[in-house]
Design a binder for this molecule. Structure first.
Ligand code: BEZ
Length: 272
């Protein structure tokens, strides 16, 4: 049985299990291909893929003729991306401390922003990196994302004696209005926005929920008392089975927030 410490290993803080992610969660970049269509990359454009993970979508952007670069905070993800896509540049960087030379035509980010607690730092870094008219194209978890999983996780931790105040908050899932206000505060104006439920089948049949929890909810599992992480997983499976298991596979209650925002020229105020 993995140790409690071991459960944090799938998470951003302790480092991702990149090989396992690529093997069992390939639906994440696959689903992100629609977002590449929203980006509409053009030959020669300078585009940064923020939180590129294994680099599949960076490579798709590069294949459209753009000068794409992938950045990710995780060393194992960057190593795998370099191995899988040797012609594409990747580097390790924290999206909350973005440093980019020269203006970019676009910043793209799929399923990564919700892992970055300081959204203002991310968005101000993106705004500084974009040329006027440059676009920020994002898909991330929205308000109430995976709520049917988080509620029983919290309740099970509470039953294990972990008070709410000591429970982790590993993700940021903003409402459309919250994110729109943040973008505008940093000089980015929305051009397109969609918030929608996307029931997401998990791979692995009966094991799908526990695999998802081990990969993505390690912060919660690590907060459980020593030796109780497996009990936490079982409690979440029991609580969510009626709603999220269809007899063959688990289907997670994802809510997506997808948007295109553009950097307005500095000095261009409302109505200008
Ligand atoms: C997502 O919405 O993509 C997501 C959020 C938290 C954990 C895993 C995935």
């Amino acid at each position: 049985m993995p140790t409690t410490r071991g459960y944090a290993a799938g998470m951003a803080e302790a480092g991702w299990d990149a090989e396992r992610y690529a093997e069992a969660f390939s639906f994440i970049p696959e689903r992100g291909r629609e977002l590449v269509a929203w980006l509409d990359p053009r030959p020669g454009e300078r585009i940064l893929d923020l939180g590129c993970g294994t680099g599949a979508l960076t490579a798709a952007i590069a294949a459209a003729g753009a000068q794409a670069e992938g950045v990710d905070q995780d060393a194992a993800m960057i190593a795998l991306a370099r191995r899988e896509h040797p012609g594409v540049p990747f580097r390790q960087a924290d999206g909350q401390r973005l440093r980019v030379a020269g203006p970019l035509d676009a910043v793209f980010s799929n399923a990564a922003l919700h892992w970055m607690p300081d959204q203002d730092a991310v968005i101000s870094g993106v705004a500084a990196a974009l040329r006027p008219g440059g676009r920020f194209v994002v898909e991330m978890g929205g308000r109430r994302n995976v709520a049917a999983i988080v509620a029983p996780l919290r309740a099970a931790l509470e039953r294990e004696g972990v008070p709410v105040a000591r429970q982790p908050h590993p993700w940021v899932f903003p409402s459309p209005a919250e994110q729109a206000a943040r973008l505008e505060a940093h000089g980015l104006e929305l051009r397109r926005l969609s918030a929608f439920d996307r029931a997401t089948p998990l791979e692995g049949g009966e094991h799908g929920m526990r695999d998802w929890l081990r990969m993505f909810a390690g912060a919660f599992l690590a907060a459980a008392p020593a030796g109780r992480a497996e009990a936490l997983i079982a409690a979440v499976e029991d609580a969510t089975r009626p709603q999220l298991f269809d007899g063959e596979r688990w289907v997670a209650d994802y809510v997506r927030l997808r948007f295109v925002a553009v950097r307005v020229a500095s000095g261009a105020g409302a109505g200008a």
